[in-house]
Design a protein. Structure first.
Length: 106
């Protein structure tokens, strides 16, 4: 079992996450870039995260953020959910969950 991570208010951390099965899911095109940056901005604003840097490659992401409220795990959960749902829509893999979410998107 993975050890619990220590999340302290005001910590500046570098976060790295690979894509599912390390597939090349983040294409280098405007739609993916716009989706990722939008999801990042909305999620960061919602949780009060300060984003200092971001690198998005075809197989993973790197973020450098400051978390004043000790909520970066929830921020990451929201960010990755929005990016996952959005990439499914862009790829044409629209499922019921995305359809249900449409009514709540502003």
């Amino acid at each position: 079992m993975t050890q619990p991570r220590l999340v302290l208010p005001g910590d500046t951390v570098m976060l790295t996450r690979p894509t599912l099965r390390r597939h090349h899911l983040f294409r280098p095109d405007a739609a993916i870039r716009q989706l990722y940056l939008y999801a990042l901005a909305v999620s960061a604003r919602e949780f009060g995260i300060l984003v200092h840097g971001v690198t998005l490659t075809s197989t993973h992401e790197h973020l450098v953020v400051t978390d004043p409220k000790r909520c970066h795990p929830n921020f990451l959960r929201r960010l990755h959910r929005w990016v996952s749902l959005g990439t499914n829509v862009i790829a044409g893999d629209r499922n019921e969950e995305v359809g249900d979410l449409d009514s709540r998107v502003v």
